[in-house]
Design a protein around this ligand. Sequence first.
Ligand SMILES: [Zn+2]
Length: 453
Amino acid sequence: MRFVLAIICCKLIRLALRVLGRGGTALPGKVALRICPDMLSRLARGVRVAVVTGTNGKTTTCRMLEKMLRDAGMDCFANRSGSNLERGITADFVSNANIFGRPKRRLAVIECDEAAFRRVCGELSPRVCVVTNVFRDQLDRYGEVTHTLGAIREGLDRAAHATVCLNADCSLTASLAADAPDRVRFFGVDTALGAAPAVSDAPRCIVCGAQYEYDYHTFAHLGGFRCPKCGYSRTEPDVAVISVSALNPDGSAAVLRIDGEVYDAAVGLPGGYNLYNAAAAIAAATALGVPAGDAVRSLARLESGFGRMERFEIGPSRITMVLVKNPAGCDRAIDYLRSIPGDCTAVFCLNDNLADGTDVSWIWDAGFERLFEGEGGGRLSLIVSGERADDMRLRLKYAGAAEDSVRVVRSESELVEAVTTAGGQVCILPTYTAMLPLRAALAAKCGRKEFWK
Ligand SMILES: [Zn+2]
């Protein structure tokens, strides 16, 4: 009875919020869990679930996996509103159920915050778990990366029947295999991808503390690592990107090896880091029964996930928005900025609210200097905005921007005006709470729906 009551309350509150134009809040799930604390596990009965966690790439990996499953004729639902804590996930399971809790679709792709992963795995009994990578992220919330890793490990312990897909190139993530050796699928990139500066998330061996040696680097601490002292090293992945023939602003072309078979792949999203997301999604999709060749074909037909890499064409401006939240993710966005040929307006919007991480010192760990190497700086028009615009301006100055070349825009309406009239390529790098209003304003200008609709 409490179960049905909780479902009805959740559905009604969600409907009411939507009528009021306020989607994407935690309230419906929160109320439902208060009424019936075990409702998520009850709603998940009879649903095959893939859970995706990790620091970077969760959302994009989920969108890729969803696409692969749908293209293969496997009807699934997902938590697309960006709420990846237990409450939000509960509300999405309620939406998928009738008022008696019977699921409409029996396959789910769930993005889950690292801190919520342990609980959510206990409730959902997932069939597949994906850990994209582990980076330094929002230290003020989670403490050290090893703490995050411990939380993920406990989640995997609770997902005893899951195939576990792990990033072979991330020495932190790959160490999780020790707890589940017979049910791991590794994914990774066998070749160097551009030169990102070293970010010291994991310079030392997680087993013995010695300094790693690398055959090659892909991003930050990802790559062909090995410990010279104890022998802990990268495992050859089951799903590997073996070579990359093109990295363009529209996407990339690569050769993949999946369980010993070789495939040519076109990935319809830009940035070398999306090759990792693609490999992760293939590892999960094939574990759920999608033929490898079909999964590869789906990669060519992708559209960007909410905010992570989204495009808008407004007036003369071709706008790309890339969410940034930590040094490693920001370095990838900088790689993308560098890949844009010709003149470009680069906009950095830095806020310091709770959802952004209140400590903005991470901007000093990201390699903004690379924007100004060689001729790079001359083609960029620079705008900074957000509550911490002045910190961002200072950072760009130290990175090599000329004193008077950085425009500070304080008001949101002025910023929208600036990016829509700039013309040509415009790349916006906002933190989370800076992204939400800006995205809403841009989406409204090109008649796009709000994300929760
Ligand atoms: Zn070692």
